[in-house]
Structure formats: structure tokens, C-alpha cells
Write a new protein. Sequence first.
Lengths: 418, 176
Amino acid sequence: MYGIDFKGAFDTRRLVLHETYPAGCYPLEKSFTNAPVATRKAVPPTEEYPFRTISGDGVYQIPVGPVHAGIIEPGHFRFTANGETVVRLEERLGYVHKGIESLMAGAPIERAARLAGHVSGDSTVAYALAVARAVEAALGIEAPPRAVWLRALMAELERLANHFGDIGAICNDASFTLIHAHCGILRERVLRTADTCWGHRLMMNVVVPGGLAADVGAGGPAAVGGLVGEIRRSFPKLIELYDNTASLQDRTVGTGILNPALARRFGCGGYVGRAAGRAFDARRAPGYPPYASLRFEVPVLDAGDVDARVWVRIREVEQSLALIEQIMAQLPNGPVGVPIDGAQGGETREGLALAEGFRGDILAWVRIAGDGTVARCHLRDPSWFQWPLLEAVIEGNIVADFPLCNKSFNCSYSGHDL
Amino acid sequence: MRKLLFQSLIRAPLTEPAPAAEDAALAELAQQVERAARRRLGRSLSIREVDAGSCNGCELEIHALNNSFYDVERFGIRFVASPRHADVLLVTGPVTKNMREALERTYDATPAPKWVVAVGDCAADGGLFAGSYACVGAVSAVVPVDLHIRGCPPRPTDLLKGLLALLEDAAAGAAR
């Protein structure tokens, strides 16, 4: 991307600019202007991406993707299997590379923040929060207290919606559709509550540098109260069902075990890290407001299997509910935004922030130029440290358990590919 | 589990009444869909979803179509695993350069008669990502599009309205 050539690198295959891109295309070089690049329609077989080959008796390959069977993002999985057992998985990503970092370079702060909210649609609040906090750090401003607390409310609603989606989808991949259907109802209820609060089901474009684009709508607080009550009534029955269904446990317990040492080595966050003993949560450390004023636990398990990743999510749902109740009880009054002026007397400023999305910690770094535009912005998705581990956990498992492993990781393609 | 299943029997369903098909969508379709193709379709649609570079927002809302509130299967609409089983391709995203070939190949693998529905603002014109070196832009620049459903992302009700328009238009074609 920068035109830097690493001498002695062990893997020089292309990552996000696939083989159809012309040689010498370096979108992150300063001299690069964002204009259409002529890509080749097809590449000769000799220039195709070389997957690692493993040979041996009865060893065969299964190519999957980029267009998958489900309604999910595109990526290519190359399985090498022996009978039912996966010998090795190789992931090829980059299919949804949209050039977001180049689009941000030179953009006004508002547009860059909007782009950040569309890096990964499921984490739009967390991304917008990370970028907003990075910009605020760079400019030395603070969002008003009400905005800070409402941002936390939105982040916890987003966490709830995604965890319900994931828990249901993992059970669905073990053909247990009852939990999937009920989790789907809970997810929909969260999205409808978000819609009542901010007029958008995924809460896109609400968190902005300086605060929020809008205060919570009139019916919002009552809807949030009703939602928490409904989840508290119906979710425990689903947990009990998950815990007491032997056929389901048979698929999740002991499947796709992540070695805790590997989780530490990769600095892997989110439920993937926390289900394998790594107790990192950006809300706790380094921490950001208002979480220091709130009581919550960071659930950590050691088993590292699909089941542990389900249980971390279940516990996090409970924590998010408690957080939402505390936020609603202490919600300060006042304005929800302060005006921002990026042009700080012609000075270049930089800011860095971490935000805990449902998937893990999102890092945002921004450099604001003297004229108040975004000179550069880099966003690091938690999936960067989770995708490589998915390759590790599937080894020795059967091919049929890959959907469970994959869903329990639920890595972002778009967040990775940028 | 028995208790949960029993409750589902005695409780009123959550499923929402069907929205009316959107006029604008019907108008767009009327110009594009051939009558002979409509007749063969009847009142069922098999859909293959293709993410051609979306942020995953559209996928989340397309997923929601399958939940108990929207329940698209009641209309004969179902999502299938292969383009070879599909009547409709539901395409999202600003078509990244890296997905262009996959989209073309998926289109070619779908048997005629077929329809392409471009979902979301990105699929309509590249949306927020228009002008990027890494994106082609509109889906219609790569494969012929029969219907656009706008939104960022479109709400499930908007998706449903568009798909019902496709079905209604197909039924009208059969009667003609």
C-alpha cells in the first residue's frame, strides 16, 4: 500500500490489492490521488494467488467463496482436508477492500467520521465512537456529559443486538433453530428500540466528533426501559435451553479450541480473547468515560472453545443490561454536542483512541492538517488479531464444525479489508 | 424446550402484516421485466444474496427478513445457497474491484429468467464510497439491474416492499 519493499519477508503475496491491480499501485503513498485505477479483467494462471499446498495420501482441497452460501460477507477459505478432518485452513481476504483510508485522506472531518461509521456496519457506533474520540483528543475538546453517557448507551445497545445475532446464529449452525428464532426476536427488539431513540435501526451517523448529531428521541427512554424488561424476562429461558440441550453442547463444547498462549501472543481482544483467558476490555483499561462511573464485570473464561465464546457473550449480555440500567438512572441533562473547529491556527494535530466494540477493541488514529481536514486516518479492526487465530483453531476439527468456529469468531471482512 | 414451543402455539404471532408493494418499484419493474419470464416464475422467488463490497449493514437488514417479524418465507420468498438455484440476485455494496469478477461469475451461473435487485445506496451509485480507486461503483455498471431498493441500509420493510413488487409484477405478467 505504501510502496515499501521488505527485504527477506517470508510472505510477499498480495493482501488487499489483488492480482488484478497493476504493479506499482500504492494507494497510501502521499503522491497518490484517488482516481479510478485500471485493473485487469483476468490474470494469467501463472500470476494467480498461490495458496500453500500440502500433499499426502488422501489429502484434498476444498475451495469456499468468495461468494458464500449464507447471507454473509465475501472471503475465500481454502481448506486442506484428510477425510473429514481439516489439516489446514488458509484464508484469503481483501475482497471488500474499498479504499477507505484513501477516501479519508484530505476529507473534511464530518465526511471522514461518516466513512468511519461505514467501515463495518455491525459496529457503526463503536467505529464512530473511536474516531470521534480520536478527533476530540487531537483537537483537545471534550464531548458534553450527556453525549458521553448516551454514546455508552448506544454502544451497549449495539453490543446486545450483535450478541443476540451471534448466539442465535451459532446455535443455527448446529441446526438448533429454536434459539435462533428467539434470539432473532430479541435482536429485532433492540434494533426497533434504537430506531425509536435515534431514527435509525443500526444508529448510523449519530455519534459525531464533538458529541452526538441528535439527542435521544421522545419515546426513547421508555422504549429502552421496556426492552431491558423484555430481555430480562425471556433471555434466561434461552440460556437454560442452551445449557440443557445435549445435542447442542455436543457440537459446541471442545470444538475449535483456542490456545490461551496464542490469544496472548496475537493480542487478541473481544469475546475470542476473553474466552481464552485474555481479560482485556478497552472499557476497563485504558478505559474511557463514562465507564469509570459504572459498575460492570469483564467476564473471562479459559476453555477457549466455541462454548466458551457463547458463554462470554451470554455474560456480556447480562453486563450490558446492568450497564444500560445504570446509564438510564444517571443520565445527565444538557446539550449533546459542541461545535468543532478543525483548523487549530494552522497547526497539525494527532489523536489516538480505543473503543470497545462488540467484537473487541477498535483503534483509531487520526492526523488533522492545519486547514482542518483529515490528513490521514487509520482504523484497526479487532478482526486483524482474530482472523489468523481462526486458521489455528480449526486445525484437527471436522469440516462440518467450521461454520460453528467461524460464527463463534464472527470476524469482520469489511473492517479488515478497509 | 417444550414450554417454549407450547408458548409459541398459544401466543399471537409477532409477524407483521404485509406492506403494500411500492409504486416506484412497480413502475421501474414494469419497464424491464419481460412477460414470458414472469409467467414461468409463479408466486415464488429464490434469492441468492451477493455482497459485492458492502459494509455488512445491508446484510444485517436482509438477514432480518428471515426473523419472526418479517418472515419472508410466507410469501414464497426464500434465500438459497447457490446462484444455480436462484431467480433473483440481491446485490449489495459499491462493487469493489476485487469482487467484480465474482459478481460477474455469479450472474453467469444464475439460470435465466433472472432478475437483479441492487440493494442499498452503495449498490445504486457507489454511495459513500463513490470515486474510490478500489470500487467500480453502481452494480448496474457490472450486471444489468432490474430494481433498486435505496437506503443506508434499507429497512426490512423497504426490502419487503421491493421484493413484493417483484412478485406482484410477476403475477400480473402471468395473468396478462
